[in-house]
Design a protein around this ligand. Structure first.
Ligand code: 5AD
Ligand code: SF4
Length: 469
């Protein structure tokens, strides 16, 4: 039996009532500021938090110092993020002393770690509101309690928490994110995400399609589907058997949507059906983010990734053969416990063999409560640093060679922004395959799909000229 993880409509309405009451009280007289750390999932959560704040009558502040309500939406995937949050929250002490009405909140993944949340609660008595990743929809109630003088700490761990109909204040006007699932069941041995985001749970495909139809009506043309492991998406709707490729097919039919992206794909679950969907559905972008983490089969096994180096390379071959022009990006960890020079060398040779168009590289960071944190043979900081440097050099070298093939080609760019440079105003945006292209152009082009010819390659991007509007 597939399980529905939805919050009841009555609970959503109750929160809306509380928000309406607060809104009557606050009426745009107070400002909020949200500082976000971490991944796209967190950024999207912040858009929902902003939606709830505005529903409660707050308006957006242009900076932290002018805000009456400051919230830090935290990440805990790596240790340094945690240190930064403690520093930045601590730095608000003076602002709070000067303005006793100021509300300070800390939320997100880091606060879902009970010991860390309690440490923060104790160390910073001026923090009014702490909540984790599960009950964000109860924010109106939490906020109301804070306004009534309470200190609130909500560390609930409840997987039945998919809340539909929460207002969202989106950062962009043509490209945006849509959650399709939450949580992760994979328990990679280094990773804290399954502990703080809970079990895997998919949204109803009907709710997803409704949301994207509404976004299309508002003028959004590019959608990025978010989930920790989108390939294990399964619609919970009774009598339906819609998996991720099935969902892509439904979204591909929505008028007004031009580009569909998705994040993140676990290699162990990347099916032939998904590759076929990428090859045949015209709106699905020719890009896949496929974290490899390591090029050594032995380390992959220790990481509990459930694929081998050879299996990964075979997948990459299949993708390249079936989806012409595809670009692949990845995540890689160096210095996982027990990683030898030989294992690391396997990572370097894999990077050369695949030819990534971008790699997000990280030094292994010990996360309390994960299997890898208690493994023997932890790698020294010095060795991690050296390996990270060598890996980044290797990525850039392969990338430079691979970019050459773009010279003289043409592609469609969705323009995202515009920079003032020494050679004048340059517009920039992405090809379907996620390559960034710069070309002479101004703000008026933002949000448009334009044909650009490529004449030059830079380290991380391409440079071109506008062919047609
Ligand atoms: N140390 C270093 N990097 C990590 N990641 C996840 N957990 C850790 C950790 N403990 C990286 C992985 C993942 C990305 C989002 O963060 O590469 O894909
Ligand atoms: Fe973490 Fe692995 Fe889940 Fe990704 S798939 S969120 S790395 S446990």
């Amino acid at each position: 039996m597939k399980k529905e993880f939805k919050v009841s409509q009555a609970d959503i309405l109750l929160q809306k009532d509380i928000a309406d009451q607060l809104s009557g009280l606050i009426c745009g007289t107070k400002k909020y500021y949200i500082q976000t750390y971490g991944c796209q999932m967190n950024s999207h959560d912040s858009e929902k938090i902003a939606g709830i704040f505005e529903q409660c009558g707050f308006v957006k502040a242009s900076d932290k110092t002018s805000a009456d309500l400051i919230v830090f939406n935290t990440c805990c995937v790596r240790e340094h993020a945690e240190l930064r949050v403690f520093g930045n929250v601590g730095a608000l002490r003076t602002q709070k002393e000067e303005n006793h009405e100021l509300i300070i909140g800390v939320c997100g993944c880091m606060m879902q770690q009970e010991d860390v949340a309690k440490k923060l609660y104790k160390r910073y008595p001026f923090v009014d509101l702490i909540f984790g990743t599960h009950e964000m929809y109860k924010l109106p109630e939490m906020l109301s309690n804070v306004i009534n003088g309470q200190r609130v700490i909500n560390l609930a761990k409840n997987d039945d928490d998919i809340a539909e109909g929460i207002p969202v204040i989106r950062n962009g006007s043509f490209s945006t994110n849509v959650n399709i699932m939450y949580g992760c069941n994979n328990f990679c041995s280094y990773c804290i995400v399954p502990y703080v985001r809970g079990r895997e749970r998919s949204r109803s495909h009907k709710d997803i399609i409704d949301e994207i139809r509404q976004l299309s009506a508002l003028g959004y043309t590019e959608i990025t589907l978010l989930g920790q492991n989108v390939n294990s998406y399964r619609s919970p709707d009774a009598g339906e058997s819609i998996d991720f490729p099935g969902l892509l097919k439904l979204i591909n039919e929505i008028d007004g949507i031009e580009r569909i992206r998705f994040l993140t794909s676990h290699p162990k679950d990347l099916s032939h059906r998904l590759i076929e969907a990428m090859a045949t559905l015209d709106k699905v972008c020719k890009h896949i983010h496929l974290p490899v983490q390591s090029g050594s089969t032995r380390i992959l096994d220790e990481m509990n990734r459930k694929y081998t180096r050879e299996g990964y390379l075979a997948l990459v071959d299949e993708l390249k053969k079936n989806v012409p022009g595809i670009e692949i990006t990845t995540d890689i960890i160096v210095g996982f416990p027990g990683e030898t020079d030989e294992d690391f060398n396997d990572t370097l040779t894999l990077v050369e063999a695949v030819g990534y168009s971008a790699a997000y590289t990280f030094k292994y960071s010990k996360r309390k409560g994960t299997k890898a944190a208690v493994m023997q043979n932890q790698v020294s900081e010095e060795v991690k640093k050296q390996r990270l440097r060598r890996l980044n050099d290797c990525v850039v070298m392969t990338l430079k060679m691979l970019n050459e093939k773009y010279i003289g080609t043409r592609g469609v760019v969705l323009v995202e922004g515009c920079d003032d440079t020494r050679s004048g105003k340059m517009a920039f945006g992405k090809l379907s395959n996620f390559k960034t292209v710069y070309f002479p152009g101004d703000e008026s082009l933002i949000g448009q799909y334009l044909v650009v010819s490529i004449d030059e390659v830079m380290n991380n991007s391409l440079k071109g000229t506008l062919v047609s509007k």
